[in-house]
Design a protein around this ligand. Structure first.
Ligand code: PDD
Length: 275
C-alpha cells in the first residue's frame, strides 16, 4: 500500500498528516474512491470532475492543488501497475490552529492512497435493512464528514445485514449508506433523482447510461418504502460494491434470495466492459 501526502510518496504506514489537519478536527474535506481494474482506473475523469465539484461546494480551492494531485496520481498508478485495487483521494482545507472559521493562508492537504483489492467477478448478494436517513441536506457533496453514514453501516452490520437503505420518510427512499439504490418495477429501472438528497454515484451514472444504450426503460424519481418492498429486483451500486443484488430487506427475501435477471444483465455488461 502506497500513499502520496502533499506530493511525497511513502508506504501508507509511514504517511502522516498533522494533528491540526482540518479534516481531522472538523471533517473539513472532500474525497473520492476510484476502482482500479488491472492497473486501470475506472471512470477517472468523472471522479476528478466530482472531486472538483465537491471542493467548489465547500468553498475549497481545488485549483491550487490540481497539478500536484495529477502528479500524485501518476506516481500512485505506477506503484499500482497491473493490480486490482482502490485509489482513495482526500483533499482537506489544510492545517491550521483550531478555529471554526476558514484559515486565511493555508493550502489544502492532499492525500492519494493505493490499496490492493481482490479482483471480483461474481455478483455480490447483499442483505439490507432500512434506516432513517439522518444526514444533512447536501448529500451530493462527497465530504469526509461521514458520521451518519458509518453509524448506519454499523447498525446494518449489527442487524446481520451488509448495507443500510436510507429513507427521509416512508415515501422517500434516498440511497445506501455508501451506495446508490435502484429498484426494478415491471422491467423499468427506477432510482432517486440526482439532487441534494443523494450522492450522484459514478456507478449510478454508468448504469443509467447502460440502460439507455440497451434500451432498458428507466426513471429517475423518488420511490417509497412500500414500492421498494414490492419491487421485482433491488440493486446496490457503488465503486466498491459495483453492481450488487439485494436479496433481503428488513429480513424479507427479495427475488427469492437470488440476483434477478435485469441485475444479472447489468452486472454482466459492466464486467464485460472492463475486459
Ligand atoms: N462511496 N452514495 C454514497 C453515500 C456513497 O458513499 C457512495 C460511494 C455512493 C456510490 O458512488 P460511486 O458509484 O461513485 O462509488 C453513493 C464510496 C465508495 C466510499 O465512501 O467508500
Amino acid at each position: 500500500r502506497w500513499t502520496c501526502v502533499n506530493g511525497k510518496l511513502l508506504p501508507t504506514e509511514e504517511a502522516l498528516l498533522p494533528v491540526e489537519d482540518r479534516a481531522l478536527q472538523f471533517g473539513d474535506g472532500v474525497y473520492e474512491v476510484i476502482r482500479l481494474y488491472r492497473g486501470t482506473p475506472f471512470a477517472l475523469k468523472q471522479h476528478l470532475a466530482r472531486l472538483s465539484a465537491s471542493s467548489a461546494a465547500i468553498m475549497l480551492d481545488y485549483g491550487c492543488v490540481e497539478n500536484e494531485l495529477q502528479a500524485s496520481l501518476e506516481a500512485i498508478l505506477q506503484k499500482a501497475s497491473g493490480q486490482d485495487g482502490q485509489i482513495y483521494i482526500q483533499v482537506t482545507r489544510g492545517t491550521a490552529i483550531r478555529n471554526h472559521r476558514f484559515p486565511e493562508h493555508t493550502r489544502p492537504n492532499v492525500i492519494c492512497t493505493f490499496s490492493p483489492l481482490p479482483a471480483k467477478n461474481a455478483i455480490q448478494l447483499l442483505k439490507t435493512v432500512t434506516l432513517p436517513d439522518e444526514r444533512w441536506m447536501h448529500c451530493n457533496i462527497k465530504a469526509t464528514s461521514l458520521l451518519p453514514n458509518i453509524l448506519a453501516k454499523e447498525k446494518a452490520y449489527r442487524h446481520g445485514a451488509d448495507e443500510a437503505i436510507l429513507y427521509r420518510s416512508s415515501e422517500h427512499i434516498t440511497e445506501g449508506s455508501s451506495s446508490n439504490i435502484f429498484m426494478v418495477q415491471s422491467g423499468t429501472l427506477i432510482t432517486h433523482p440526482a439532487n441534494q438528497w443523494i450522492l450522484n454515484g459514478i456507478t449510478r451514472q454508468y448504469v443509467l447510461a447502460l440502460a439507455k444504450s440497451l434500451q432498458i426503460p428507466y426513471e429517475e424519481r423518488v420511490f417509497s418504502l412500500q414500492e421498494l418492498l414490492n419491487a421485482d429486483e433491488v440493486i446496490v451500486t457503488s465503486t466498491l460494491q459495483e453492481i450488487a443484488a439485494v436479496v433481503e430487506i428488513d429480513h424479507h427475501p427479495v427475488q427469492n434470495g437470488c440476483a434477478g435477471p435485469l441485475t444479472r444483465r447489468l452486472h454482466e455488461e459492466f464486467m464485460g466492459s472492463l475486459s
